[in-house]
Design a protein around this ligand. Structure first.
Ligand SMILES: Cc1cc2nc3c(=O)[nH]c(=O)nc-3n(C[C@H](O)[C@H](O)[C@H](O)COP(=O)(O)OP(=O)(O)OC[C@H]3O[C@@H](n4cnc5c(N)ncnc54)[C@H](O)[C@@H]3O)c2cc1C
Length: 397
């Protein structure tokens, strides 16, 4: 996978000029390995790291089509924003997920045969084994395959949804705490009360154009109801985090901190600021390097290299790569007190570096992109309410 901004923009241009025309009718088709780009964008790894911005995706699309013609496409792009914002308002859901994975590990789930068989492509369901291979080889699964996979994992194989989400997060190029955890919860029936997603053989066969035939028996709707996992009682509103976003304080000596959630600072409100130093967080010596699969780590490194090159040119300054534990000493040695960065969102990356600065009592000014400022406040409730508000404010870049 070529994870650079240039490759992402090229893919965006190809998609807008081609498959976007038929996206509404064809996006649910899983044509199989090597053919996904005929119907969907495969932009998610670029959007995930903001090598390509959502605002750029929408702007490029609207240059070619009027919004009502591509409303389904716009809705999918903003689903990600919705999930990101929702988890930001309910960080406990992420914490509970992390705790659950740790508990399952402690209970020996990683060694249980039904789990080890499932993640090594030797389950009792052939299509699951094929998707495991595709995911491990390519770091990608079509959205429909992700839904079928999660459903069969939870209701037919009766494995804990948290371990399925963990497996995805380790292997997906677009692996994202919000989109992944909340999609798994949604399939399990934990996000929208009483609604779970039950995969059926006929639906799989239809949307793979007969390529995937399921001969094994899948759990029925009734079995899914009986087997649905129970949720901790999450009260979205009461968990709301205080809005910690600060505005950039021009004039102060600042270090620009770049982290993998936004690798295009040269196209942002920060682009005209002068920084005393620019630092890119480097996770290659942290436990995260062992968490992600090798190909994911390689592509992350490539994305960071690409960002360093662009940032070096744009800000005309040397960019320093530092591990999370080197950040605070770096600032201290230079007599700098303030960091500026894009607001990190709930998830693995944030946890890997933000507490280090907090412990050293260094201040961090969080900057939010206009896209986030405009849309995230609407993400506290359901998607359809969010959608209505998002469309009302519009998507102008
Ligand atoms: C169990 C499960 C796990 C998932 N895990 C992730 C994940 O870790 N990271 C991730 O980015 N997406 C995740 N998704 C959502 C979705 O499957 C992917 O975003 C999509 O398949 C990416 O492929 P694409 O870029 O070709 O999508 P396209 O159909 O071309 O969509 C364009 C963009 O819109 C966004 N998008 C599309 N569908 C969704 C959706 N359902 N939810 C959120 N955003 C969406 C993505 O940024 C995507 O790149 C998951 C879905 C399920 C069911």
């Amino acid at each position: 996978m070529d994870l650079t901004r240039e490759a992402g923009l090229k893919r965006l241009a190809e998609f807008v000029a081609g498959p976007l025309t038929n996206y509404t009718s064809c996006r649910n088709l899983d044509l199989g390995y090597g053919r996904h780009t005929e119907v969907v964008s495969k932009l998610s790894p670029y959007i995930r790291m903001r090598l390509v911005l959502e605002s750029e995706v929408i702007a490029a699309s609207l240059q070619r089509f009027p919004a009502p013609t591509i409303s389904k496409w716009i809705d999918e792009v903003i689903w990600r924003t919705y999930w990101k914002g929702w988890l930001e308002h309910s960080p406990q859901v992420w914490k509970d997920y992390v705790t659950a994975v740790a508990q399952l590990e402690q209970d020996g789930w990683r060694e249980r045969v039904n789990y080890t068989d499932a993640v090594s492509g030797k389950s009792s369901i052939a299509c699951i084994d094929d998707w495991v291979r595709e995911l491990k080889d390519t770091g990608y699964l079509h959205n429909h395959a992700r839904m079928w996979f999660a459903s069969i994992w939870i209701f037919t194989l009766q494995l804990p949804w948290e371990l399925g989400a963990d497996f995805f997060l380790r292997h997906l190029f677009d692996g994202d705490a919000a989109a992944n955890t909340l999609s798994w919860r949604w399939v399990a029936g934990l996000h929208t009360s009483g609604k779970r997603y039950v995969a059926s053989a006929s639906n799989i066969e239809r949307w793979t154009e007969g390529r995937v035939r399921v001969t094994e028996t899948l759990a029925t709707e009734l079995e899914a109801i009986q087997r649905a996992p129970r949720d901790a009682d999450h009260n979205n509103a009461s968990e709301r985090v205080s809005d910690q976003s600060f505005s950039f304080r021009s004039g102060e000596r600042q270090i620009l901190l770049i982290h993998p959630e936004d690798l295009t600072p040269e196209y942002s409100s920060l682009s005209t600021e002068a920084f005393d130093a620019v630092v890119v967080t480097d996770f290659s010596q942290t436990p995260l390097a062992n968490f992600f699969s090798d190909q994911i780590m390689r592509s992350h490194r490539q994305a960071l290299d690409d960002c360093v090159q662009r940032v070096q040119m744009h800000f005309s300054t040397q960019v320093v790569r530092l591990a999370p534990n080197e950040l605070a000493p770096f600032a201290q040695e230079r007599g700098l007190k303030s960091w500026t960065c894009f607001k990190p969102m709930v998830g693995l990356w944030q946890e890997a570096w933000l507490p280090n600065l907090g412990r050293a009592k260094q201040s961090v000014a969080f900057v939010q992109r206009e896209w986030d400022q405009r849309l995230l406040p609407f993400t506290k409730k359901g998607f359809f309410q969010f959608r209505k508000s998002a469309w009302a404010v519009g998507f102008d870049p």
